[in-house]
Unconditional design. Structure first.
Lengths: 206, 164
């Protein structure tokens, strides 16, 4: 049995707040970039079977644009910024006035812009989280992939594979209303990081 | 057209087909989809392997399908029960990609190539010939094995459809 399945409800609430603070700052950063209001949903924190993680973004075979960063420092983990292709194109369009061609494939410029957006957003997510917890967390250089959600996300689940068939995921959805741009932040702390996050926030461990 | 029986294999899962059905697994990244096939008896098995070795397992009850070194013996066992002969088995595999290229290459991040190596080691140990593979690269794959034709169809976003 996965030890994380025993987390009490209030600890899950703490993690929800962690997601809220991080993603809130990232949404603000995105809003400044776009010069448009960006909304976000209340984060969800769940222990999710591997098979169902990709359902959050449309299923295992859904093609998504993903920026992946490994979080290093006191509380290591994996972080994904995921958007569907149509949202990615809208994002490029409104941000850089790049008219993305409708055929598959992105130019180097477009890929680099998406990667940088992911980098800025993940950076603001992590730095607010680091301020809040007083833990050191630094992102690695972002890596970008446009591929099936299942193939991309399974990469962030390897650390959990050693101890069970499900992963603890802090998921925040954000959207830019009128143009229907939707994206997700997934923070998947390594299993060992939870104790550190909790103790840094003064949550007693049993 | 005859509706074929499609058997779905999930992540860290394995299954067999002995009635001419198709085995399918989706969204392989660093995971490896391994197929064993007894052509004469038309018995096929597929495992969606996630990690190279069960030595690193920290779970109390091991999911045999998840690790290369436990999934392959288990798959052989299940196929034998269905009437397959170990000496007639052949293998094909796909997956084991490295989805993200990083400057720093820690062992944990090289999981795709390690999965492939480990699967090959197990095949050698059981003396099962590897007839074809489509491994490595930096892209995801969805695979389907047609057990009436013995052909593995590989789909990817970047490269379209390939058969081995």
């Amino acid at each position: 049995m996965n030890p994380l399945s025993k987390l009490e409800a209030f600890k899950l609430d703490v993690l929800k707040e962690v997601g809220n603070i991080g993603a809130g700052n990232a949404a603000t950063a995105l809003s400044r970039l776009l010069d448009k209001p960006v909304d976000m949903k209340v984060p969800t924190v769940n222990l999710i079977p591997f098979e169902q993680v990709a359902d959050k973004v449309g299923g295992l075979e859904q093609v998504v644009v993903a920026v992946f960063l490994r979080v290093e420092g006191d509380a290591p983990g994996n972080m994904f910024f995921l958007i569907k292709e149509d949202s990615a194109k809208r994002l490029l369009n409104s941000l850089l006035s790049l008219e993305v061609r409708d055929d598959n494939g992105y130019s180097e410029m477009e890929l680099s812009a998406l990667s940088e957006i992911g980098n800025i957003l993940a950076g603001s997510y992590l730095s607010s989280l680091a301020d809040f917890t007083k833990l050191s967390m630094s992102p690695t250089v972002p890596a970008l992939a446009v591929d099936m959600a299942g193939a991309i996300l399974s990469y962030g689940l390897v650390q959990y594979g050693e101890m069970g068939d499900s992963a603890l995921l802090i998921d925040t959805t954000f959207f830019e209303g009128r143009e229907d741009l939707e994206g997700h932040f997934f923070l998947i702390p390594d299993p060992e990081s939870f104790d550190k996050i909790f103790s840094s926030l003064g949550v007693p461990s049993e | 057209m005859i509706q074929q029986n499609v058997v779905k294999v999930g992540m860290a899962d394995l299954n067999i087909s002995s009635d001419g059905g198709t085995l399918r697994t989706t969204g392989l990244g660093s995971c490896v989809g391994l197929i064993l096939f007894d052509e004469r008896n038309r018995i096929a098995g597929m495992a969606h392997v996630m990690l190279p070795t069960s030595e690193i397992a920290r779970e109390s009850s091991i999911n045999l399908a998840k690790y290369a070194d436990t999934a392959i013996p288990e798959l052989i066992q299940r196929m034998k029960q269905a009437g397959a002969m170990t000496s007639r088995l052949t293998a094909k595999m796909a997956g084991g990609a490295q989805m993200f290229a990083f400057a720093m290459q820690s062992e944990a991040m090289r999981i795709g190539p390690r999965n492939v190596e480990s699967c090959k080691e197990m095949l050698t140990r059981f003396d099962i010939p590897l007839l074809g593979e489509d491994t490595g690269g930096n892209y995801g794959r969805t695979i389907e094995f047609d057990s009436t034709r013995g052909i593995l169809v590989i789909r990817s976003v970047q490269l379209g459809i390939k058969e081995i």
